[in-house]
Design a protein around this ligand. Structure first.
Ligand SMILES: *[C@@H]1O[C@H](CO)[C@@H](O)[C@H](O)[C@H]1NC(C)=O
Ligand SMILES: *[C@@H]1O[C@H](CO)[C@@H](O)[C@H](O)[C@H]1NC(C)=O
Ligand SMILES: *[C@@H]1O[C@H](CO)[C@@H](O)[C@H](O)[C@H]1NC(C)=O
Ligand SMILES: *[C@@H]1O[C@H](CO)[C@@H](O)[C@H](O)[C@H]1NC(C)=O
Ligand SMILES: *[C@@H]1O[C@H](CO)[C@@H](O)[C@H](O)[C@H]1NC(C)=O
Ligand SMILES: *[C@@H]1O[C@H](CO)[C@@H](O)[C@H](O)[C@H]1NC(C)=O
Ligand SMILES: *[C@@H]1O[C@H](CO)[C@@H](O)[C@H](O)[C@H]1NC(C)=O
Length: 627
């Protein structure tokens, strides 16, 4: 039997009597409901504008970085106007529009390669077909939806498509989205037509086909006067749920002041009102598609640059988990999505609501983009390590106003077990330097032979924005500064080692950690599945003499990963060099920039090291040649 002690010593090390221990933990199935992100591409909203935005080299590299989080961290990506990538060709002699899917296919294939599924929002007007034929929209929408799905079924098969999500037009009540002049009547007709299209696609093998759920109305749900389309859809659904075209009620609730509590409060208030007025809808699962701390993605805000945003995102997930467990109006929470996959722009490289800082390097010829991972990106990677069952959220009080939130999770049974626990500090310290000492006891008796690892996100040391600001926030950070930022972009390895004696003790002296911090503790039994070899190693150009290297992970084998190693050799016969030596690389990517006089041309391979210091097999060797 193992016990791992974690001491939280917030201000001084003087012990008091406060002592928190919990051993009889009850675990509940934990769906990873927070794995969606979204954004709106810049540019004109038509085929040319949206293709240019999504096909640009900076966007493609940006997506590759988003796809380079640990497996399962991001499963779905919701991109407004994605279907504008479908090109209208002509009407057939029967008046049926003919579409070309080439750009859409290519984009979907990239997402597939990156292990992300699209959330297809049926919002587009290719060739103005919908506005040119208002009286035929009931048919045109059904046909559009059915054609898209049939086309993708033929390319990818039903199994792959089963992870896709489908949603109605985003925020249809807002004038900047309602570009096809929906009225109440035409909107309801549209939603019904989309529903029919989804149901009829793949029609011939009906018996085998999976039901495709439709999300909607993706509404803001402010007053009924301002947002009549969304409220009227609810009214229709409440009257006769069996004829309701949507299966999952999606809505948008953001915080007001940047806090996680406000996001949750907004959802609770909205759902309470909806269920009061439309009681039938309590039967539908719900999804908050845009569960962000504060509205306005492009408004620069300091907290969005650093660990504070990471902490808020984790708190949002923890609090929604607790609300879901408690069985109130969020009992049927199906998913949360973060609208933070935007491409930031100068001079707000770090401070917009994004996962990555984007530096547009105009001084090179040609210009290129450099990306740095923000702490919120790292936080999504940490959440991916949670297990399949989790306990109630535990709150360890530090004083009357400040507490550490603890979410424990577990996977496996018997000898093969894995535990992952996230600790989230308070945002601020208590007002007085009162002596207190909290002992948090975690029972880690998962096996006789096990090992652990703790990683931290903490201001300054895992804060690339801080590194950049210290250097004077240059628009074009040089190679030295870029490397310094990247060294601060992953969680910091705090401690790791075997657990080989009773009552192993791990002391986190949080008195020395600036607030807010968050910590991920993982414990693996020796019988947990071993690391598998990295797959799909890919080397892509960033600029001259600089490459972005990414690979993919195999599910259920990376929980006990400590770090990756990237190896390089210039030519067959020369020595392999461990080019990521000295880096903590818990996520499956690495940017290699050996300097302008060194070559990136050559051979690459990657392997992982686990908490027992055992190596995985090497990936396949991939050769890269600069053009
Ligand atoms: C720790 O957990 C194990 C397995 O769940 C249990 O058998 C043991 O009694 C617990 N130990 C303590 C000190 O609570
Ligand atoms: C939508 O309505 C506005 C205002 O009534 C009008 O100016 C615009 O031309 C209409 N757009 C389409 C595509 O019909
Ligand atoms: C959220 O709602 C609770 C209960 O209604 C309230 O006590 C709390 O002050 C609200 N939180 C915020 C940040 O408004
Ligand atoms: C763990 O070790 C104890 C004492 O050596 C032994 O009795 C027990 O069977 C072992 N348990 C497992 C699951 O290996
Ligand atoms: C790179 O930029 C940093 C900060 O802007 C500066 O201190 C340093 O001298 C630069 N290094 C080189 C090699 O130019
Ligand atoms: C680089 O050029 C683009 C396009 O002209 C411009 O929007 C951007 O602000 C420039 N970036 C910097 C850092 O000056
Ligand atoms: C690369 O080599 C050139 C020519 O030898 C030299 O001028 C330059 O300073 C070198 N650059 C670096 C970063 O070492």
């Amino acid at each position: 039997m193992w016990r791992l002690l974690l001491l939280l010593l917030p201000l001084t090390e003087l012990p008091s009597h406060a002592h928190y221990t919990s051993s009889d933990v009850v675990y509940h199935p934990l769906p990873h409901f927070w794995t969606g992100v979204g954004f709106c591409p810049a540019g004109d909203i038509n085929y040319n504008g949206i293709s240019a935005a999504l096909e640009s080299p900076s966007m493609q590299l940006h997506l590759r970085l988003i796809g380079a989080l640990p497996i399962g961290a991001i499963t779905h990506i919701r991109i407004h106007w994605l279907l504008e990538l479908v090109q209208f060709l002509e009407y057939s002699t029967e008046g049926v529009p003919q579409y070309d899917y080439e750009k859409f296919d290519r984009f979907v294939d990239l997402l597939q390669e990156l292990h992300m599924s699209p959330v297809l929002e049926f919002m587009a007007n290719p060739g103005d077909v919908f506005t040119a034929n208002p009286e035929r929209n009931w048919f045109l929408w059904e046909n559009f939806v059915k054609s898209i799905i049939n086309h993708q079924l033929a390319r990818h098969g039903a199994t792959r498509l089963s992870s896709w999500r489908y949603e109605t037009w985003n925020e249809p009540d807002l004038l900047n989205y309602n570009r096809i002049n929906f009225t109440s009547a035409s909107y309801l007709e549209y939603v019904q037509a989309v529903r029919r299209g989804l149901s009829k696609a793949g029609g011939r093998r009906k018996s085998k086909q999976l039901y495709r759920a439709l999300r909607g109305p993706a509404g803001l749900f402010k007053s009924e006067q301002r947002h009549p389309l969304c409220w009227e859809l609810l009214e229709v659904c409440n009257q006769q749920l069996a004829k309701c075209p949507i299966d999952i009620l999606s809505y948008h609730r953001k915080g007001l002041d940047g806090s996680a509590q406000e996001i949750l409060n907004g959802s609770l208030a909205l759902l309470t009102k909806i269920y009061h007025d439309y009681p039938q809808l309590q039967q539908l699962p719900v999804a908050n598609d845009e569960a962000d701390p504060i509205a306005g993605w492009d408004t620069p805000r300091d907290f969005q640059s650093d660990v504070r945003y990471a902490a808020t995102l984790i708190a949002t997930v923890m609090q929604h988990w607790q609300a879901k467990l408690e069985g109130g109006v969020l009992a049927q929470l199906e998913s949360l999505s973060h609208d933070n996959a935007f491409l930031s722009y100068h001079p707000y490289e770090f401070s917009q609501r994004t996962l990555l800082a984007h530096f547009r390097m105009n001084e090179t010829n040609p210009p290129h983009s450099q990306f740095v991972q923000k702490p919120v990106y790292a936080a999504l990677g940490m959440l991916a390590k949670l297990g399949t069952r989790a306990a109630d959220l535990e709150v360890v009080n530090m004083d009357s106003k400040h507490s550490v939130q603890v979410l424990r999770s577990i996977s496996g049974n018997g000898a093969a077990q894995y535990m992952a626990t996230i600790f989230l500090s308070p945002e601020q310290a208590g007002p007085q330097l009162t002596a207190y000492h909290h002992k948090y006891t975690l029972n880690m008796s998962i096996a006789n032979e096990s090992a652990f690892i703790t990683e931290l996100l903490v201001p300054h040391s895992t804060d690339p924005a801080h590194v950049w600001q210290q250097a004077g926030s240059p628009a074009y950070p040089n190679a030295t500064l870029r490397e310094a930022m990247r060294r601060a972009q992953t969680p910091r390895l705090y401690e790791t080692g075997p657990i080989w004696q009773y009552n192993s003790e791990l002391v986190v002296n949080s008195a020395h950690l600036p607030l807010p911090w968050l910590m991920l503790l993982r414990v693996c039994s020796a019988a947990w599945p071993k690391l598998k070899r990295p797959q799909q190693l890919e080397i892509v150009e960033v600029t001259k003499s600089e490459v972005f290297i990414r690979w993919s992970e195999q599910a259920r084998s990376t929980q006990c990963l400590k770090s990756y190693e990237v190896w390089f050799r210039e030519r067959a016969g020369s020595d392999w060099l461990h080019i990521s030596q000295g880096w903590h690389l818990p996520y499956p990517s690495f940017q290699y920039a050996p300097g302008e006089n060194n070559s990136v041309n050559g051979f690459y391979k990657v392997r992982g090291v686990d908490v027992f210091n055992e190596h995985s097999a090497f990936s396949q060797i991939v050769e890269y040649l600069e053009l």
